[in-house]
Design a binder for this molecule. Structure first.
Ligand SMILES: [Zn+2]
Length: 430
């Protein structure tokens, strides 16, 4: 098993340098195998294929994937468990993880051990290719209540030693633990890493000196990257992933975009069911090519990405995606029915705002909670209202939304995921 894992890691690290057409061949071979498996062993997909009258043999070219209907998160969640689990897989031998449930009830995901190991290897590729060394200590700032934290044998031998830090703890507490650990690598939610960066900035001294900062799970807002880079004195590396499909895309040391893991996933960017052109925004739809216990085929994640035609100067064959929008945040539904990306509403640096959260509690009302900092004045509220008014006018041609601002002491994290959600819409559709 160990030799097999090392071989797989070697192949994964080799794969990324292959030309794009060879990567696509690997991807299509895996796709065909997964589709045959899902049709044969998973009730949900068997019914789904039958509903559009296709059989696995009808998937003859990569483009034929479009014949399979997209499955949304809510459709997937509403299926009975036994209909989305492969009947030839023993669920008791699977690894169970849960999604954050940021849009409601969490979903439990089952991975076979082989898939779990493969996902770990995919993540190791990101670490190693960015310069992390086998002996480095890694501090994970995450939701320790739900994260799978069992040690691998190699971690007990001092290879990639992992330490878990609870994301909902205060920055002071996290910093205290980090000072004891002295990590070489910090891997965490961007909101937590930002709070740590602010704490370091406030103290005026660094006290910890990680060589690498990896951020995942949440959207990086404008200015946050610079703040984190400056506070830690290193350039942060962003990783985009989802529990259902593992790491989707990541930055290499060249920082020219996010490399798409197309040797593990089929990643589509769709608008109205069709592929968007390079440079245009599309909803991200993923097929996890190694998900044999609970297959995810054309699964809509709800995040927004921009596919790129440009190849990275690093020379990797893995294609690039330009930007990620969405993640834990909701879309705002405008009174005219338009669904607007949360990034559009993100508040630029207005003096006086420490943290904030936008809540759409009615179709025509946004409530902005702010934690004021020492620069807060009446001008803060005016500037904030003007910003949101300008945004809504740009979207709808006129301002059709009321804006309320309240000062709060704290913005609590999402109770089920510990993520910090900045944009919440209680309006799901009209
Ligand atoms: Zn690159």
């Amino acid at each position: 098993m160990v030799i097999n894992a090392l071989y797989q890691l070697h192949m994964l690290r080799r794969n990324q340098w292959l030309p794009l057409y060879e990567l696509k061949q690997i991807q299509f071979k895996k796709l065909k195998a997964l589709i045959s498996h899902a049709y044969k062993n998973v009730v949900y997909y068997h019914k789904l294929f039958n509903s559009v009258n296709i059989k696995p043999d009808d998937i003859k070219t990569p483009g034929d994937i479009k014949k399979i209907p997209v499955t949304t998160k809510s459709t997937f969640k509403s299926q009975p468990l036994h209909e989305v689990i492969a009947r030839n897989v023993d669920i008791k031998k699977c690894v169970r993880r849960r999604t954050s449930g940021s849009t409601g009830v969490p979903l439990y995901i089952y991975h076979t051990w082989q898939n779990k190991v493969f996902q770990t290897l995919m993540n190791l590729r990101i670490l190693l290719d960015n310069g992390v060394r086998y002996g480095d200590k890694i501090a994970h700032i995450t939701d320790t209540r739900h994260n799978w934290s069992q040690e691998y044998w190699f971690q007990r031998l001092g290879i990639f030693r992992k330490y878990f830090i609870y994301a909902a703890d205060t920055a002071e507490k996290q910093l205290k633990v980090l000072k004891d650990i002295k990590p070489d690598v910090i891997y965490g939610y961007s909101s937590s890493t930002k709070l740590l960066a602010e704490e370091i900035k406030k103290r005026g001294r660094r006290e910890i000196n990680p060589r690498f900062i990896f951020c995942n799970a949440e959207l990086l807002e404008p200015g946050e990257r610079e703040l984190i880079n400056l506070a830690f004195g290193v350039e942060l590396i962003d990783v985009y992933g989802a529990v259902e499909v593992a790491d989707i895309a990541w930055e290499c040391p060249a920082h020219e975009g996010y490399h798409l893991n197309i040797d593990n996933l089929v990643i589509e960017f769709l608008k109205d069911g069709k592929d968007v052109l390079p440079g245009k925004e599309g909803i991200i739809v993923c097929t996890n090519l190694h998900s044999y216990a609970m297959p995810f085929i054309r699964y809509e994640l709800g995040d927004i990405g921009i596919p790129s035609e440009k190849m990275c100067s690093c020379g990797r064959g893995l294609p690039l995606m330009d930007l990620i929008r969405g993640r834990a945040d909701d879309f705002i539904i405008m009174p005219d029915g338009k669904s607007v990306s949360p990034l559009v509403f993100i508040i630029p640096s207005i003096p006086g705002i420490g943290q904030y959260r936008i809540i759409q509690n009615r179709i025509d009302n946004l409530l902005v909670q702010i934690v004021p900092n020492r620069d807060f004045s009446e001008n803060t509220t005016t500037a904030l209202k003007e910003h949101i008014k300008r945004v809504t006018e740009e979207i709808s041609g006129k301002n059709t939304i009321n804006i309320g601002v309240v000062k709060v002491d704290d913005i609590p994290r999402d109770s089920s995921s510990s993520k910090l959600r900045r944009v919440i819409s209680e309006i799901k559709s009209i």
